[in-house]
Design a protein around this ligand. Sequence first.
Ligand code: PEP
Ligand code: MG
Length: 558
Amino acid sequence: MPAELQGVGVSPGVVVGPVARAGGEVPVPADGTTASDPAAEARAAAEALEAVARDLEGRGQAAGGEAQGVLEAQAMMARDPGLADQVEQHTQGGRTAARAVHEAFGVYRKLLGGAGDYMAARVADLDDIRNRTVALLLDVPMPGVPDPGHPFVLTARDLAPADTATLRRDRVLAIVTEEGGPTSHTAILAKSMGVPAVVACPGATGLADGVRVIVDGGAGQVVVDPDEARVQAAEARARARDAARAAVVGLGRTSDGHRVDLLANLGGPGDVESAVAAGAEGVGLFRTEFLFLDRADPPPVEEQAAAYRSVLEAFPGGKVVIRTLDAGADKPLAFLDLGDEPNPALGVRGLRAVRQRPGLLASQLDAIGQAAAGSPAEVWVMAPMVATAEETGWFRGQLGDREVAKTGVMIEIPAAALTAGAILAEADFASIGTNDLAQYTFAADRLVGALAGLQSPWQPALLQLVAATAAAGRSAGKPVGVCGEAAGDPALGLVLVGLGVTSLSMAPPSIADVRLLLGRHTLEDCRRLAELAVAAPDAAAARERVRAATASLEELGL
Ligand code: PEP
Ligand code: MG
């Protein structure tokens, strides 16, 4: 076992602690068993699936925010009528409940696997539901997070949403996974919890329970069984970071006073508390999909308005950017039947989907208009997945006389970045979604972990598109922010500022680190780092060169 493991750091911070490995394998139920009472087996299987669905929902409610959406989608899979039919067919054929569930998921997996990369990427979620259901039926321990009775560094092959959603911040010191990429559930949820995390880390699952490790979630490094001197050095870095974070408060600015709005990404009203606690100056991306998940019909205008109002009230004097519904691809919504698409990420999604259902957009804009009236916060509205200036103009036209402060669009398609000048002629602002922009620039599905390298926001090609969009914003005198995961990486945040973006919006726990590092650099430093990154041959070199030229990273464990 090497003394050091290297992976991809996806959530910064340095901790020292003992390893605890995530849940064991659930056995494959034996075949060939002939059940004496098929009806009873069918009932037991249905009850177990329903119990798993309810458990997932309960975990979702306890977790709130983005996690809730993910877990509710999983609960919906457990309740899928097609799956229930498959289970029943297998019990009628004489199989036990556990084996019938195992078989039915096998059929279902194959169906999904044949339905394109996006569905194939959901297979890990399906396996998790299958394992939970089989564990219940066989009465063996549930797979998932261990509870050794003391704080621990969680290691796993990869974590299912159900595991990460209910991790206790006071128990889990850090997360290290063998698989996963920068946009995996593990990465996004670890960041939203503020827990250091390293993914795509070979050797992680080989670490024994109880072995002491240092995890550096910034550098992506895991030191195995370190000596006392290294432990003390790591602990000193963690203390330095905590002290430095606490000392820097107030508005985001460089050390020479260049202002950058530091904003929060919210997955629902449940995220407001952590955004306010982190000192977010406002909200740069309010994802509204949570309102539409798991329902047969769109939510009434009043319900939407109340949800928007509850967020606006938390940011008096700040701005709140509400993104209209971004349905499709990685955000499937049951009530919006988009039909069978061979490539959902390239299909009728985002603004394209609501353009086919203008009533849906109109009622959301009504709700936003109602919430904006008399709001203590300034309301900005933006559309997702915009490709052209024509679409931008169409969206602006839909606003009518509803009173919002600014109307803008997300730049997450390369065509939009390249024509940002024309788009900004039709909009008041733009916000770059680097998650999708990376996906479309590299033709690399954001849900496929194996393509993590291509989805890196450090890719020079992606940074060039950011630079082009920011330049268009400067020429037009209009704000251009970044609201993808990239904005929450403190070193990359410097690069983005150097490229000319005017705001950074991120998961709330990242704000303190970004504010801290920004305050230690001048605008000129940021520009120099941006040049280094854009000129690098690839993402890894860009990240390495920028990190090597940014002194405080090492000291602060960022
Ligand atoms: C993005 O694509 O970068 C983004 C912020 O939007 P979402 O992650 O919700 O697609
Ligand atoms: Mg997006």
